[in-house]
Design a protein around this ligand. Structure first.
Ligand code: 5GP
Ligand code: MN
Length: 318
């Protein structure tokens, strides 16, 4: 896809990503925003996602994000949806989707069936940011664009450690860091550094986790009472599921936190023998083979029982 060609004649452009934005979502929205500002001088471009966590404040012009989802524009010539496998992931930005002149979808989730007027979905790309770098014209990439895209690559690959890293990921990363931003600082401050609350939540989740299916599965949960007691937000729980997965012998890790009474946000991680995207999609969620999620109603035990069956079926079939 020639992104700039697709946007020819578009005077108003909305850029959005998914609810509870992670590093790849924030990096891809901001990278695209900064890139299009360089390339299209006359267009009005609006980046719109929930307000990113404060550790991302260093990204140039991040304050331009409309975290309140408000804008004077009622209809956009182009709607660019990033890092989201289905339109229900857009949150309040979804109201601009149907009326938009053109819907452009750019994503790397295997569960994305390409629902735009123009869609680029590449499940082999480590991150939406990696995919975007290949779509951007070099002359409009500057250090600020490169820095934003780097954030997404780093976050979706666990700092270039996960199996979604390909030779292409490293080529892209090498080109990105050649722009000269302070990448060790980005890694430390956005990926490894945790607040006291985040460490407390991680500690509790690890201590209270339960192994089952002969140690092949691990599950842990944080309920609303605990979150309220510590003053923790969903953002404070990111990364817990990955740490659970690092338990030796574990094939599938499940982490869930209570959204409402009898409703859980569920995160799944797999070593590769179980396709958790398939399981998440069954419960109206999505993701990748080794990392996926969904929202489910029911008690903790209902969720675990349902998931156990789905996981056991795949493990037995393997
Ligand atoms: P996490 O477990 O870190 O929230 O998400 C892991 C992966 O699954 C991410 O790529 C994320 O986009 C996807 N994912 C998580 N929750 C949902 C969901 O409720 N719906 C969809 N479609 N994808 C999800
Ligand atoms: Mn992503």
């Amino acid at each position: 896809m020639d992104l700039l060609k697709e946007l020819e004649g578009c005077r108003t452009i909305l850029i959005t990503g998914h609810i509870r934005p992670d590093g790849d979502c924030i990096g891809s929205v901001m990278g695209t925003y900064l890139y299009l500002k360089n390339a299209l001088k006359d267009a009005v471009i609006v980046p719109m996602i929930e307000k990113p966590a404060s550790e991302f404040d260093f990204i140039t012009d991040i304050a331009d994000i409309r975290g309140d989802f408000q804008t004077d524009i009622s209809r956009f010539d182009a709607f660019i949806g990033l890092d989201s496998s289905s339109s229900d992931r857009y949150g309040d930005a979804l109201r601009f989707f149907d009326d938009a002149g053109k819907r452009i979808i750019i994503d790397h989730h295997i569960s994305n069936d390409g629902f735009g007027d123009v869609s680029v979905v590449d499940p082999k790309a480590s991150s939406t940011c990696e995919l975007l770098f290949g779509l951007f014209e070099e002359r409009f990439i500057d250090i600020n664009v490169a820095e934003a895209l780097y954030v997404g690559v780093i976050h979706d690959t666990g700092v270039l450690r996960y199996s979604n890293v390909t030779p292409e990921t490293l080529v892209v990363t090498s080109k990105l860091i050649s722009y000269g931003f302070d990448y060790p600082r980005i890694i430390d401050e956005t990926f490894y550094e945790k607040t006291r609350i985040q460490n407390e939540m991680l500690g509790r989740a690890l201590v209270e986790s339960i192994l089952f299916m002969d140690g092949k599965c691990i599950v842990s949960k944080i309920d609303r009472e605990t979150m309220e007691f510590y003053g923790a937000t969903p953002h404070d729980l990111e990364g817990i599921v990955n740490q659970l997965k690092y338990t030796k012998g574990v094939e599938v890790a499940i982490f869930m936190y209570e959204l409402d009474d009898q409703s859980y946000k569920v995160s799944l991680r797999s070593g590769g023998n179980v396709d958790v995207a398939k399981i998440a999609k069954f419960y109206n969620g999505g993701g990748h083979v080794r990392a996926a999620g969904f929202t489910m109603s029911g008690s903790f035990h209902d969720v675990v029982n349902n998931l156990s069956d789905s996981i056991a079926m795949q493990l037995e079939g393997a």
